[in-house]
Design a protein around this ligand. Structure first.
Ligand code: CA
Length: 223
């Protein structure tokens, strides 16, 4: 899952980025409203964290333009000013939730998970065939076998599990699992798919779940 942070306070932005990266998210950061809006329009994010007070273009203006421009990513507003007016305005223009600074990282994470439909309490386990992934404990299982995953393998498997039976191009996978610094000329996606296969599609299992679609990408499906 890939997240955009639009926040000019460097400390706050890097605090959120670090935390989210530890949770396996791919994260891009923009420090003004104009650049942030551009990023949100050209990339496909799973959620956007948007500060209200921003240089060049305010967060509420950015939000209005994103929503009227058809950007579908859920937006979590950040505000330093605990004013009812800003919040109401933001929610009216289409913000999905808001958080008042200062906040605990766990609080932000919980809100984001809700926005990305992971559920409020009792985070639902992602399942496909005999494969399962629990976002709360970050444990993966194939059948009764525990599978140890690295941060990127986890992110990749989560993306596949959220899009079963859908052919995912290398570009789509890269956009959701890696951040803006990703070099699309490399074969990193294929390399990580192979890492993942060596853990969940071993010969110990009768059915292969990750299939190659030649010249296109990959699909998680049962034969
Ligand atoms: Ca700010």
């Amino acid at each position: 899952m890939r997240i955009l942070i639009i926040e000019d306070e460097k400390k706050v932005a890097s605090f959120i980025k670090r935390g989210l990266e530890q949770e396996s998210y791919a994260v891009d950061v923009c420090d003004d409203g104009v650049e942030g809006q551009h990023y949100a329009e050209v990339n496909e994010y799973d959620a956007i964290i948007l500060d209200i007070m921003l240089p060049k273009k305010g967060g509420l203006e950015v939000l209005k333009d994103l929503k009227s421009g058809g950007v579908k990513a859920p937006v979590l507003l950040l505000t330093a000013r605990d004013t009812v007016e800003d919040r109401v305005k933001g929610l009216n223009i289409g913000a999905d939730d808001y958080l008042t600074k200062p906040f605990a990282f766990e609080e932000l994470l919980a809100r984001l998970r809700v926005l990305m439909r992971r559920g409020v309490s009792g985070t639902p386990v992602l399942k496909f065939a005999d494969l399962s992934l629990d976002p709360a404990t970050r444990r993966a299982k194939r059948g009764e076998v525990d599978v140890e995953l690295t941060v990127k393998e986890y992110a990749l498997l989560e993306y596949l599990l959220r899009n079963p039976n859908r052919v995912l191009t290398r570009t789509l996978i890269a956009e959701h699992v890696w951040d803006q610094t990703f070099d699309s000329e490399t074969n990193v996606v294929d390399v990580y798919i192979n890492h993942l296969r060596s853990k969940i599609d071993t010969k110990d299992f009768s059915k292969k779940l990750i299939h190659t679609v030649r010249g296109v990408g990959y699909v998680l499906k049962e034969e």
